[in-house]
Design a protein around this ligand. Structure first.
Ligand code: NAP
Length: 468
């Protein structure tokens, strides 16, 4: 299908043309212009926070407390990237002076600079209507890098997306910047979303969502005549290993903390702990009972969309065919009742269906017979945003083995606490081997996220005016 036959595609052509027209202006914008825009967007969000949160709550059901926290996070991110820009991160340059003589020691004068990629197509996530949506981390980091952003809003919060976009467009206008810096492409069907990814003027894609959707769009990006980088976060089961030594004291408190993490936001977090790995021991048995007791009575709020709930029920039913439920399912509240299943390490390793994400309030307890089998369980996970390791305080060969396994499969390794809650800072890493990320050498949370949208260029023997 071409844009001549379909008005939806023609609309995308017009939007991407505006974005492409703004690309040169924004690539050459000063740090002060970029920082002023990012701060202006943060201010606009906060000025309209009560109205925006009301819309978001109506559309997502996530609750005012959570959504107000998300606005604060989103504004913090925008201002944080403004500070990065002012610190010169996207403008940094590495210089090598010329060296006389024959190669390899002899060389011309070289300067390595960073240039923005160009227009970025950004697919909003369903589960963070602010922080991973119109003005979320992908948009903030791309704008900071000097790239215009074409937002594909998520169908789960259309009114909020339009409201935030309208505010943002007013800020862009008020600052005298080109309207193509931030555009909204309401691709009404999947063909239109694919068309956007394959548009010749789009130079990179940022995506957060399902494995199936992300893989389809990643393939579309790679099937282009000129493939472009695709920064996708596709799914994660976030194993949490609790060794018996961690369960000696206050295991009941740990069980309550873990139950709250599994059911937080009705389990709709990319970092929700979905697999609990325990060594076969009496302390583990006690912990399983405490976890079941803590999680069973929790009442969840409604899921983001009916489709999401259907997806959760289907995923939980598929695990239920292969694993044992740890308690009889409780009556539902506004959202689905929590589930906890149990299996052993051999079954988990042998059966890929047990390793599929249950996006909702559920987890699978996996019992292993040895440290080596725990490491095998982590290897079977393959790729995940996080791995949590409780009880690795001592330096021992077993603990080093588990750490190696955790680092092999995940972008973030925790030694305490639970994986839900992802701090926005310089050291953060939110990614991991496929399917956690399609680009595991990058992060989608934290200030290093800006690097995704910068491309190095080496300038050899450049005249003075080029280097400025
Ligand atoms: P999704 O179905 O992957 O959709 C995300 C975005 O990608 C939407 O804008 C969607 O457009 C688009 N899209 C999906 N498949 C496409 C395709 N084949 N071609 C073109 N565009 C496509 O994700 P979701 O709606 O957020 O959630 C669905 C499921 O994803 C959840 O039930 C959950 O299992 C999982 N999920 C996981 C995470 C995580 O962090 N791990 C986060 C969110 C969701 P349309 O609106 O046109 O469909």
């Amino acid at each position: 299908m071409t844009s001549h036959q379909d008005p939806n595609l023609a609309a995308i052509d017009a939007i991407v043309a505006k974005s492409a027209a703004a690309a040169h202006v924004w690539a050459d914008a000063s740090a002060s212009q970029r920082a002023t825009l990012l701060r202006g967007l943060a201010d606009a969000l906060e000025q309209h926070q009560p109205d925006l949160v009301a819309i978001a709550d109506r559309e997502s059901g996530l609750g005012e407390a959570r959504l107000n926290g998300e606005v604060a996070r989103t504004a913090f991110q925008l201002r944080g990237f403004a500070t990065e820009v002012e610190a010169g991160v996207p403008y940094r340059r590495v210089d090598d002076a010329a060296v006389a003589g024959a190669p390899p020691a002899g060389r011309p004068r070289l300067s390595r600079i960073q240039r923005p990629l160009g227009p970025v197509a950004m697919f909003s996530a369903s589960n963070f209507p602010f922080a991973f949506s119109v003005l979320g981390g992908d948009t903030a980091s791309a704008l900071a890098a000097g790239c215009p952003v074409v937002v594909k809003p998520h169908a789960g919060h259309p009114e909020l997306s339009r409201a935030v976009f309208t505010l943002a467009a007013a800020v862009v206008r008020a600052q005298g910047l080109p309207e193509g810096l931030l555009t909204l492409a309401e691709a009404p069907n999947r063909a239109a979303g694919t068309y956007l990814v394959q548009h010749p003027s789009i130079t990179a894609v940022a995506f957060t969502g399902s494995y199936q959707g992300g893989k389809a769009l990643w393939q579309a990006a790679n099937a282009r005549a000129r493939p472009v980088p695709f920064f996708g976060e596709l799914g994660s089961i976030n194993p949490l290993v609790a060794l018996p030594s961690a369960l000696q004291h206050d295991s009941e408190g740990l069980a309550k903390t873990l139950a709250a993490s599994i059911t937080l936001g009705c389990g709709q977090f990319c970092t929700s702990p979905g697999v609990i790995v325990l060594l076969d021991s009496p302390l583990s048995q006690r912990f399983i009972a405490q976890l079941a007791e803590a999680i069973a009575p929790i009442r969840t709020h409604r899921m983001l969309t009916p489709g999401m709930q259907q997806g959760f029920e289907a995923a939980a039913a598929s695990v239920a065919e292969l694993a044992r439920p740890l308690f009889a399912q409780q009556p539902e509240g506004a959202g689905p009742a929590p589930r906890l299943f149990a299996t052993d390490a051999a079954a988990f390793i042998a059966n890929a269906h047990l390793r599929e994400e249950m996006f909702g309030p559920a987890a699978l307890v996996v019992t292993a017979q040895s440290i080596s089998q725990v490491a095998d369980v982590l290897d079977a996970v393959g790729g995940t945003l996080t791995t949590t390791l409780w009880g690795l305080d001592a330096d021992s060969e077993d603990n080093r083995r588990l750490l190696r396994a955790a680092q092999r499969v995940s972008g973030r390794v925790l030694f305490a606490g639970v994986p839900t809650g992802v701090a926005v800072c310089h050291a953060q890493q939110h990614g991991g081997p496929w399917p956690a990320s399609t680009a595991p050498q990058t992060t989608s949370v934290g200030f290093a996220a800006i690097e995704r949208f910068l491309r190095p260029v080496a300038l050899q023997d450049a005249p003075a005016w080029v280097l400025g």
